[in-house]
Design a protein around this ligand. Structure first.
Ligand code: UCC
Length: 554
């Protein structure tokens, strides 16, 4: 009989995750953990079993945009996939957005929300995108203080009833691009009592949303981000028809193909200013910081899935006389993947923890400052890691990883968006510099990271902690020497920001490894910290590369 490769399977996403269980033991009070664990296990089972099979069966399905009906009416209907229809129900019922605002959970609300997200999302075909934007809209409305909009929209955004829950869009990207948002071309005109928006939104994710937050320039306002205003709008009228809004087409994307991303024309859509008629960029930044947090968790979700599938396959696939799991070189490659994933997990969840502490009013001043820096750092670091690990996973499957109908190539295609949307690596590196302008941010970050590295008591951890300490000192020295050199600072911003991300991950791994040793959790975390420490942590270059860069690209 001909030989067939056994396909990989995904197990219960809670039970099979040792790091998650250690992390929860460490970070959630015992009573709360006992109460919440059954839900994590239930969603982990669903995600690794039924939903995983459903997503594979639904592999070729994609959203369909119908522009006109048979009678010539413009309908712009978007039919989403079966997995998305299921995801809408599961995510509403389990409060994937609402949980983050559950005041009963105090500082743990965000942690709980993102553990739910982490265990269920791997098989939901990028449904975390509309959830991220919905969460961002809820936070932004709350921060805006616009009580009428809060009263109107919040109960819908935070509903746990699938029939009443709303999702929100975040429409920022125009033809001028998604980075320099201050150049937004959409115009807001006051017509009678109403504001109406005219323009084109070039990348709008999850066009199935009920409402959106967007930017437009009120007529007569000056150029730049301060001349923009943030607007709230509802996409459909009471009969469910799009109001003065056209879906031009769905984007033909490399990945995230289940996500209906569209080009839209705003042809006088009615909208409400959320927080005055200026400072739109500043006012929408809460949305960015929330979606960047979701992005970091999405990166870990993808990495964890890639590692789980690779590991499962390695137990089944035999070559050169043994299962791959027994081949030293394959084990070495997978160990690198695991260490990177664990570092990304701890950094992403640290960003989540800080958010929860800030929102519940329990964060110290230092934690608030650290959060401002770690949010862009977490997003940019994990986005790059997710692509590298997905690529490695495809390679671990050989040809099976490179064909589309195994579903494996999607790991890479879906990961590739993570360093792009919500701010590219370079835009976020510049945001890192922006964050450092706030007094105390750098000092708070250095102290926080040092304290974690200093947790290393075990002799086997000392060298790893020292590597982190050396990279941190180098970053500190580079920053003080370069701070006044605008071009040098900008040219080195990515290397600097990535170094901070890798140092932060190493410090968290070291701290976690020591905790595991102290709590009878074995040496697995120690091995992860030591392996991570042997990778490149310090990416900063002291030489002035700018002249050479110019030579190379001119
Ligand atoms: O839209 C997209 C697709 C949506 C899909 C969503 C899916 C999410 C799924 C995730 C998980 C699955 S993608 C495109 C998204 N676009 C962005 O992310 C924008 C990228 N660009 C930037 O972030 C830039 O840095 C800008 C737009 C913020 C730069 O604009 P400006 O106007 O040049 O910036 P300024 O003047 O430096 O900042 C304006 C104000 C300042 O405050 P004030 O006015 O008080 O001086 C800044 O300090 O905003 C403040 N600010 C911030 N505050 C800027 N950034 C931040 C921040 N991150 N946090 C707090």
């Amino acid at each position: 009989m001909a030989f067939h490769q056994p396909p990989p399977t995904l197990g219960n996403q809670y039970d099979s995750d040792v790091l998650l269980q250690e992390y929860l033991e460490r970070n959630l009070p015992a009573e709360l953990r006992k109460r919440l664990t059954p839900e994590y296990r239930e969603l982990g089972e669903l995600s690794g079993g039924e939903l995983y099979r459903l997503s594979l069966a639904d592999l070729d399905n994609e959203p369909v945009h119908t522009t006109w009906d048979a009678w010539g009416n413009r309908v712009d209907h978007v039919e989403v996939t079966d997995v998305w229809k299921r995801a809408q129900v599961i995510c509403a019922e389990h409060g994937l957005v609402a949980a983050g605002y559950d005041s009963e959970l105090g500082p743990y609300a965000r942690l709980h929300q993102h553990v739910l997200n982490y265990v269920v999302q791997a098989s939901l075909d990028t449904y975390n995108c509309p959830l991220a934007m919905t969460d961002g809209a809820a936070r932004t409305l709350l921060d805006s203080g616009n009580q009428a909009l809060i009263d109107h929209a919040l109960p819908r955004l935070l509903s746990r009833d699938p029939s009443t829950m709303w999702t929100s869009g975040q429409w920022m990207t125009e033809r001028i691009g998604g980075s320099d948002v201050a150049q937004t071309e959409t115009i807001a005109k006051q017509e009678g009592d109403a504001w109406r928006l005219y323009g084109t939104k070039w990348f709008t994710s999850a066009t199935t949303a009920d409402m959106a937050l967007t930017l437009a320039r009120p007529e007569g306002n000056p150029p730049g981000g301060r001349g923009l205003a943030m607007f709230y709008l509802e996409l459909r009228d009471e009969e469910g028809r799009l109001q003065n809004l056209h879906i031009n087409r769905l984007k033909d994307k490399f990945g995230t193909r289940k996500l209906p991303t569209a080009e839209l024309t705003l042809d006088g859509v009615a909208a409400v200013p959320v927080a005055g008629l200026e400072n739109g960029v500043r006012n929408i930044t809460p949305m960015l910081n929330i979606t960047r947090t979701w992005n970091a968790i999405a990166a870990v979700i993808g990495m964890r899935r890639a590692v789980a599938l690779t590991r499962d396959y390695a137990t089944k696939r035999e070559a050169f006389g043994a299962a791959l799991i027994d081949k030293p070189l394959h084990v070495d490659t997978m160990a690198d993947m695991v260490a990177e994933t664990q570092g990304a997990f701890l950094l992403s969840f640290r960003v989540v923890e800080l958010l929860g502490r800030i929102e519940s009013g329990e964060a110290s001043d230092a934690e608030q400052l650290v959060s401002r820096l770690l949010t862009p750092i977490g997003k940019l670091t994990t986005g790059k890691q997710a692509v590298a690990i997905a690529s490695e996973a495809l390679e671990a499957f050989g040809g099976a990883g490179y064909v589309n109908d195994t579903g494996l190539s999607r790991l890479l295609a879906d990961a590739q968006v993570l360093p792009i949307w919500e701010g590219t690596t370079n835009v976020l590196s510049l945001d890192t510099l922006r964050a450092l302008k706030q007094e105390g941010v750098w000092h708070a970050f250095v102290e926080d990271t040092r304290a974690r590295l200093a947790a290393a008591k075990e002799s086997g951890l000392q060298a790893s902690a020292e590597r982190g300490g050396a990279a941190l000192r180098h970053a500190d020295q580079w920053l003080s020497e370069t701070l006044s050199e605008r071009d040098l600072l900008e040219a080195g911003a990515r290397r600097f920001a990535m170094t901070l991300g890798r140092v932060a991950e190493l410090a968290l791994l070291v701290d976690h490894a020591q905790w595991c040793l102290d709590h009878g959790r074995g040496e697995r975390a120690l091995a992860a910290a030591r392996r991570f420490a042997r990778s490149r942590i310090d990416l900063i270059e002291d030489d002035d590369f700018m002249g050479e860069s110019r030579l190379l690209v001119d």
